[in-house]
Design a binder for this molecule. Structure first.
Ligand code: ZN
Length: 399
């Protein structure tokens, strides 16, 4: 996490009363298996982008990523708990104090924890390049802390892979590979056994967090992310593309939870937008989200380093899409959308004609029903904006 105003984001989300009735049976982790069922609290916690930095030194300059040199007089020094709104990552004093505080005040008060990745420092210091070993060690340390604070009390934790949790950052080849293997070990206590094989192939899984009522789906957004040049980005003609395989899996998950009468939170690191996702991946994400809006409670992401909401908009990916905003901050994103508008239209047609996905995508008439639907489901997303990288996004509205 960047040491912005509050570096560690946590959202406490109040469930509707209907979820407060059953007790919570812990999922099949050794750490929680022997504990009695917990009473539900009706809240969960969202943690993201903690970015612990083992090289952080108090008193150093921001220019050196808070690793060395004293700053010029007028410039701020690396503080005990970071530099507010600065470019440095987080000292352990900040990550530890934050999690210790949560341990004391909140860990008994939540039903589960969504943890949306980037648990290693940024690659922002040429003199101290990151290594694979360091990235896994930081993730291991964070995972053990999360086990102590939450899992040991019977609170499930749902981790996701961030673009800085891999080396080199942003790049992840189709699995199974060393990354999916390493995280299957580091997160062994968080991933239910039946999901293990799927995780080792793709880096994603689902888990009942309140059995029979609520599940969480952890997505591997690396396979949708435009900066990951090691994948094709859900190309229509490549059913074996890891992004397409993940969407196929996601649809089965959503269908299964719907048939069980359950609802789900979707979690991932990089949020779905025209800028962040390959066009084909974006189309599939929006389409599935719209079609399963009765089952999806909301979507939780990290990565952007800014805390806000946006809305998934059906019109963005249909031929009806119009650039609608005059807000300067949105212009950039609107340009991208405009550029993709025709492409999205033809992709929807292509996906419709593909035998693999024929049943996945809305027909012309069902799309109209979506657009005409009188109610809207807000997607709750918390985002952190990486300075200078991303424009803040309109929150996604599900029609
Ligand atoms: Zn990130």
């Amino acid at each position: 996490m960047r040491t912005t105003a509050v570096s560690l984001l946590f959202l406490l989300v109040q469930f509707q009363d209907v979820f407060a009735a059953p007790t919570q049976v812990p999922f099949d982790s050794d750490l929680v298996a022997k504990r009695p069922p917990r009473k539900l609290r009706g809240r969960f916690l969202h943690l993201t982008d903690m970015h612990p930095d083992p090289y952080y030194r108090v008193g150093t300059s921001e220019k050196s990523a808070c690793h060395r040199r004293k700053p010029k007089k007028a410039k701020p020094r690396a503080g005990e708990h970071g530099i507010p709104f600065g470019d440095c990552d987080s000292p352990f004093s900040l990550t530890n104090h934050t999690l210790d505080f949560i341990d004391k005040k909140w860990s008994e008060e939540v039903d589960f924890v969504i943890w949306t990745g980037d648990s290693a420092r940024h690659d922002n210091d040429r003199k101290l390049p990151r290594t694979t070993k360091e990235i896994y060690e930081l993730n291991r340390a964070m995972a053990r802390k999360m086990e102590d604070v939450f899992l040991s009390k019977g609170v499930p934790v749902i981790p996701t892979i961030g673009n800085n949790d891999v080396w080199p950052h942003n790049i992840m080849l189709p699995g199974p590979n060393d990354i999916t293997f390493q995280y299957s070990v580091i997160w062994r206590s968080f991933i239910p056994f039946p999901s293990f094989q799927v995780f080792q192939r793709g880096g994603y899984f689902s888990v009942d967090v309140i059995p029979g009522s609520v599940a969480a789906i952890s997505l591997n957004t690396m396979y949708f992310y435009t900066s990951n040049k090691a994948v094709g980005g859900c190309e229509v003609n490549d059913p074996q593309d890891p992004g397409n395989l993940q969407f196929d899996w996601l649809e089965v998950q959503l269908q299964t939870f719907r048939s069980r009468g359950m609802q789900v939170w979707i979690a991932g690191h990089v949020p779905p937008s025209a800028r962040n996702y390959y066009p084909e991946c974006h189309v599939r994400y929006v389409e599935l989200s719209l079609r399963y809006q009765d089952t999806i409670l909301g979507h939780l992401f990290g990565h952007m380093n800014v805390d806000h909401f946006f809305f998934l908009d059906a019109q963005e990916v249909t031929h009806n899409g119009q650039a609608r905003s005059s807000d300067a901050l949105e212009e950039d994103e609107q340009d991208v959308k405009k550029k993709h508008k025709d492409l999205y239209g033809s992709l929807l047609k292509n996906f419709n004609h593909s035998s693999r996905t024929r049943t996945c995508l809305p027909s012309e008439s069902s799309r109209t029903i979506f657009l005409d639907h009188p109610t809207f489901q807000a997607i709750s997303v918390s985002l952190w904006m990486e300075e200078g990288q991303e424009a803040p996004m309109r929150h996604v509205l599900i029609v």
